[in-house]
Structure formats: structure tokens, C-alpha cells
Ligand binder design. Structure first.
Ligand code: NAI
Length: 332
């Protein structure tokens, strides 16, 4: 069995080599994306994997893969919106994914952002950088055990975040369209989002981006939040209306925002774009605010998560070829 891995990043190489050695299967690492120009490289391989946001929606790609006898594209991602799923189905190419690779990776960054903001770390660093080490009354902070954390979306990541916050002593409440039976003993469910927003000191978002979650947090419901609430978003950028968040941060309604994702993030995520590219954008604005912690979609980026993404995607290919059954298949 031979596998071709497209768009391999330097941080993934170690995980590929480890899996290849452990399974005694040849995996050829290719830096380039899976495109119409590069699909021919898949000739002679039994399976392919890729990890890319650039769309794979060209009919010719699926046609060629079928011709080469490759029946599956194993994506090293949770989401598969970059693939033309209907087209893949038409040509009998299964698209498989890694739905769960490390909820802790994302949940830990949510906790970290919340704690940073709660303890005024950015403000303290800023004052210290100009030689002001005083215990300014504006820098006194709340302790997490005196806070109520509202988890919006209590699936894999949300429930893990709730468990971690609870371990630090916070009171946890949750809201979800479909309640998670495993949440018993971790959080108390609220019947509506509004109820949660009224009671939470820290609001942590862990929802998928779908039609009814687009700009879920906006000026209409920010006004019902507690004064000095903190909003943490490690879900998807467009879960919040960022202009409304900025307005609330500037007016003092919100005490802070911890943002790993932004609606405009394709502008900069995983690229060395330079500061000129973000000049005058919301990204520059947020980076300059001392009540904002901004990271460029780094929540998933841990050794454990990358190792799992690589090994589970390769396992999906191996199991499919060995058993003739598809694993984590999203379109068949
Ligand atoms: P999940 O599917 O386990 O949980 C999502 C939860 O949201 C479910 O319990 C679902 O019932 C709930 N939900 C969906 N629509 C809702 C609505 N309209 N109102 C209330 N609840 C609703 O998903 P998981 O694995 O916990 O991931 C959550 C999100 O985290 C993903 O959709 C993704 O956007 C984001 N994510 C971010 C990463 C990062 O690096 N920043 C990495 C991985 C995921």
C-alpha cells in the first residue's frame, strides 16, 4: 500500500514519519496542494490525503482520481466544505474527515484567553513596558471562582471547556439546541440563549457556523449581557458581529474579548502577510486594543491535535483499503 499526502506542512512531517514507521506503509510527502495540475501525482498510489482550504471542486480532479483507482480523499480536517461533495459522489470518490482530533486543544485556548482577560495580563504588560509597575486600581481582577461561565454550544469542545473551567472553580451554565447527556454534573442548562447571556460573566462560543448561528452575538443581545462580561470566540469568526463587539468594548459595556477566529481571517491565517496587509482593517484595530486577546486560528494547533489529525486521516485510508469499508465518510 502506498499513500500520497498533499499539502504537507513542516509541523506535520514528524507525525507522518511516525505513522509510516509504525504501520510499515510508504507515505510520500508532497508540499503542493491537490489541484488539477497536481492530481497526476496520485497515479500509482492507493490513497491520498490532503489538508487545504483551497477548493477541490474541479470535476476533472475526481475523474482522474477514479481513473487512477483512488476511491477516497482523506481530509486532515474536521470540515469538508472545500470539497465538491456532490461531484465526488458522482465519481464514487469518498471524502473522509477527522471529526474529533483533540477537543482539549481548542478548549484550553478558550480558558487561556478568558484567564488572560480576567487577570488583565495585556494591560499589566503594557503599563510595565513603560515602567509603570503600580497596583493601579483599574488592574485589580476578579477570580474565576467568583465567575459564572456560559458555554454556548455544549458539544465535544464546549463540554470540554466547561469541564476545564469547572476545574478552576467557576460556576458553569450552558445553552445548546440539543442538550448533551454527558453534561450532567458539569453544567446547568438554560432554556434560552438570552437567559445564559444575562447570567454569565464569561461567554464562550463553541458552535458551528450555520445559517442560524451567523452573527449570533450582536448589539441586540450584547445589551442584555452583564456589564463587564467577557466574550471568548474559538468557534468561527462569523458567530459574532465584530463591529458590535468592538463598539461594546470601546463603550466599556464588555470588559474583554478573546478571539481566535475572525470573519475576515482568510486575509491572514497561516500566512506571513506583514503589517501593511492588515493596515486599516479590523485586525489592526483589535490588535491595538488592550482588552482584546487575538490569535490567528491557533486553537487547534497543538502537538496532540496535529498528531491525531495525521494519524486518524491515514488510519481512515488504511482501514478503508483493508476492509473495503469507508471510515468517517461524509458523502457516501
Ligand atoms: P460539536 O458538533 O461536537 O458541538 C457543537 C454543538 O453546537 C452541538 O452540541 C450542537 O447541538 C450545538 N449547536 C449547533 N447549532 C446550534 C444553535 N443554533 N444553537 C445552539 N446550539 C447549537 O462540535 P465541536 O467539535 O464541539 O466544535 C464546535 C466548533 O468549534 C466547530 O463547529 C468549529 O466551528 C469550531 N472549531 C474551531 C477550531 C479552532 O481551531 N479555532 C478547531 C475545531 C473546531
Amino acid at each position: 500500500m502506498r499513500i500520497l499526502a498533499y499539502h504537507v506542512q513542516p509541523y506535520e512531517e514528524k507525525a507522518f514519519l511516525k505513522w509510516s514507521k509504525e504501520n510499515n506503509i510508504e507515505v510520500v510527502l508532497e508540499k503542493g496542494l491537490l489541484t488539477l495540475d497536481s492530481v497526476e501525482k496520485a497515479k500509482g498510489f492507493d490513497g491520498v490525503t490532503t489538508q487545504q482550504v483551497i477548493p477541490v471542486k474541479d470535476e476533472e480532479i475526481f475523474k482522474k482520481l477514479k481513473e487512477y483507482g483512488v476511491g477516497q480523499i482523506s481530509s486532515r480536517t474536521a470540515g469538508v466544505d472545500m470539497f465538491g461533495l456532490d461531484m465526488a459522489k458522482e465519481y464514487g470518490i469518498a471524502i473522509t474527515n477527522v471529526p474529533r482530533y483533540s477537543p482539549n486543544a481548542i478548549a484550553e485556548l478558550a480558558v487561556s484567553h478568558a484567564m488572560h482577560l480576567l487577570r488583565n495580563v495585556k494591560r499589566i504588560e503594557k503599563a510595565m513596558s513603560v515602567g509603570d509597575f503600580s497596583w493601579n486600581k483599574d488592574l485589580i481582577s476578579r477570580e474565576i471562582r467568583s465567575c459564572t461561565v456560559g458555554i454556548v454550544g455544549t458539544g465535544r469542545i464546549g463540554l470540554t471547556a466547561g469541564t476545564l473551567f469547572k476545574g478552576l472553580g467557576a460556576n458553569i451554565i450552558g445553552y445548546d439546541k440539543f442538550r448533551n447527556p454527558d453534561a450532567d454534573g458539569v453544567l446547568e442548562y438554560k432554556d434560552t440563549l438570552e437567559e445564559l447571556l444575562k447570567e454569565a460573566d464569561i461567554i464562550s462560543l463553541h458552535l458551528p457556523l450555520v445559517d442560524d448561528t451567523y452573527h449570533l452575538i450582536n448589539k441586540d443581545n450584547i445589551k442584555i449581557m452583564k456589564d463587564d462580561a467577557i466574550v471568548v470566540n474559538t468557534g468561527r469568526g462569523a458567530l459574532v458581529n465584530i463591529d458590535d463587539i468592538i463598539e461594546a468594548l470601546e463603550s466599556g459595556k464588555l470588559a474583554g474579548a478573546g478571539l481566535d477566529v475572525l470573519e475576515c481571517e482568510t486575509l491572514y491565517v497561516n500566512q506571513k502577510v506583514g503589517l501593511e496587509k492588515i493596515k486599516g482593517t479590523v485586525v489592526e484595530k483589535l490588535m491595538g486594543m488592550d482588552n482584546v486577546v487575538l490569535t490567528g486560528h491557533f486553537a487547534f494547533f497543538t502537538e496532540t491535535a496535529v498528531d491525531n489529525l495525521v494519524s486518524i486521516s491515514l488510519d481512515n485510508i488504511k482501514k478503508s483499503i483493508e476492509t473495503g469499508k469507508l471510515h468517517n465518510c461524509t458523502n457516501m
